[in-house]
Ligand binder design. Sequence first.
Ligand code: SF4
Length: 845
Amino acid sequence: MPMKIVHIAVRDFAVPAPRTGSIEPNSGFRSFAEGQEIHARVQQKRLQADPTYKPEVCTSQSFQRGDYEFQVSGRMDGLFGSTPPRIEEIKSTFNVYDLYKKLLDHPWDHPYCLQLKTYGYFYWLEHKILPKLSFHIVSTRNSDTQDMDVKFDLKETVVRYEEWLERRLDELLEQTKKCEKRSARRKDVASDFRFPFENPRSGQFELIQSIEAGIAEKHRMMIQAPTGLGKTAGVLFPVLRQALSRGQRVIYVTPKNSQHLVAEDAVTRFQDVGSAVKSLTLTAKAKLCFKNEPLCNPDYCEYARDHYTKVHENKLLDVLARKRKLKAKHFRELGEDFQVCPFELQLDAAPEADVVICDYNYVFSPRSALNKVSALELDQEGKANLVIDEAHNLPSRAMDYYSPSLSSFVLEKMREEMKEMTELPRLIRTEAEELLEECMHVVASCQPKDCDPKGTLIEPPLEPFYEQDLQLRAFLSRYLDSDIEIKPRDVILRLCFYWSEFTAALEFLEGQGDVPKQSDQSALAIQAIQNDQKHPEFFVTFRPKLPSGGTIKITCCDASEMLRTCYDAYEHVVGFSATLKPFDYYARLSGLNSERLRKSEFSSPFDKAQRKLLIIPQISTKYTDRARNYPRIAETIYKISEIRPGNYFAFFPSFEFLERVLEVFDPPPGFTVLRQEREMKARDIETILYYLQSGASTAESTGAGARTSPTIVFAVQGGVFSEGVDYPGEMIIGAFVVGPPLPNFDLEREQMREYYQKYYGSGFDYAYTFPAMAKAVQAAGRVIRSETDRGIIVLMDSRFIHPSYTQSMPGDWFEESPRELVSSSILQEVREFWHGSGAGTEAGY
Ligand code: SF4
């Protein structure tokens, strides 16, 4: 039988066998792709100084074990052609001296040391010459460097390396067999993977077919599908079956943790009809961590201490691999029982799952942990598939990753909190306060002369931020080394993270290099980029607020290039939502635009007669007209809801707007009015939902019209009540969408408008109209959630019939024109909708 070939990168090969030790910074596991520019800079310098130097030298060797041949390949950072030759690995880190000490203390169980020795060993196998080995460690924050020679001789090092190699190959053999088993299991599951319902819903079958066609054509997909189609199961079924048939898995991402449940339910349905598919839901570190703060080092956290050793000795990954459905509680239980980190455990268990359900962060965040977990791949073709749920959120969410701010106001609040930390030793508190003052000073120093009160564009000096970051980190490490108990939301930690997040973003901007390749953008965009500055999608503003400070903010208004690189890790990508129109807008800003993109829209499976959709263009919510229209909006809500008592939502563009209308609103007799608060606790949100639910149950059990507590909830568009939440049955019977919620016309938004105009030829729509319409359509979509629901949707504003706004509307809202939804006898139509055509007439709108 021919040998089976297993390819493995040196970085994944050269790890301790067995993997032992603790979770800690500079451990060499899960290193992030930072410092690539530093590598390139050092290599450039070496090239100039030494003509014998060669960067990025490829090397590979094969080893046989059992029926397998392991082909290990990698690239040395640099090779000096001296006699003997010298292999140099470049490592960048924040704390050069910490890494230096770790490498010195762990010459045989630090992955970096094993990696360098692997290169040395491979060189020796190939050339029969023992090379010299060395590290060049470079600081990511200042000019510090450390060089370190690593002993490599025949008598001791090679002998010991070969002992490790034997263990590692045995381990790889075992892992490979498991991996083969996993692939075979997945293919087996795929061969008998059945849709969980006997009869797919109307449209669901077409949805599945459309995705299968997209996969066959190797197209990425954007799908707009309304509620009720069963879109989660309809999307996941073909995507998962295809991945499993290749021995692969699906990563299913959602913008909020609360949306994981829908995907988990779909997996349960597959399991209920006999599929042995396995799922794992990833939970945020802050939610899983057992400590007050997730400071992952063995000195602070007992779960970090010897985590890998305990996982190995207790065979915890084997325990987890036996489970069909893994969620936070399983990791918590094992974490408690074996004193290991539950967060790290779930990442280790992820490769075994067929569906990994997680937040966008795990795929799109610049510091995503998931992509750093490599798994051996055998009998697997291609890469995993990616499903992006509620994909209309992706552009703005991705921009947020790169858009941090620093505010004097926040720092002021931290100063107040620090004053209350009386338990801190005086010296530490004084030092923390001094550092905080210095932070405030750095922020204030960015304020330009004649700064516009509404904000001014600036180019911040980078050095003070780096310098302050260094000071804070040094202080933090002393703080953590002390005996002080770290409490939840520790203000010193928050200050350090707040600052370092901003500094990292500045550093990212600084280290961007040349203009990104805008491979799929329009000719207009390419031309504009070629003619213009380097990083047009980023800008920095200063907005003065306090007498002595203000807010400095980095804004990224287009993260499409960063997202585009994330998709490279996936074979097929499907983004879906109930609001993805216009497709071009979402495709471009999600980095999905290309000739190989399939865009599909599906209609609601529900009878149009279940809903009454109206546009009232006589009401204007434009800023200049608002005050005049508050009473009219209040009156409209009153008159329409009075016709049929029940639960309604009135969705406003902002809290300010909501409050003004609420001031002039008297509910119809018997109605209760509730409102969304600006910062609402989860408990209070639940209370409102419970209230709506219990009113609805009463109505359902007593018959329509006998409701005990009809309610109107005043809420905002784009908020917790208008997206990602279901109101089945009578829980709500109507929604008033008051105006498209256009973003504020401020400096940042206007800059964005300019950018979109220049690069996409559509400034106002991209910056204002489309983001607003996504929220309006989402809010309108709350009413009809099942085939038994009936309800009214009222859109108030003349802009809802304007073409640039209507292009975001679902295709089944009207036949030819949105004007079909404008009525000259609104109340009459609403009455007829609820009570039939015999309902009396009364002069209305
Ligand atoms: S328990 Fe918390 S602090 Fe400890 S390693 Fe895990 S995430 Fe880090």
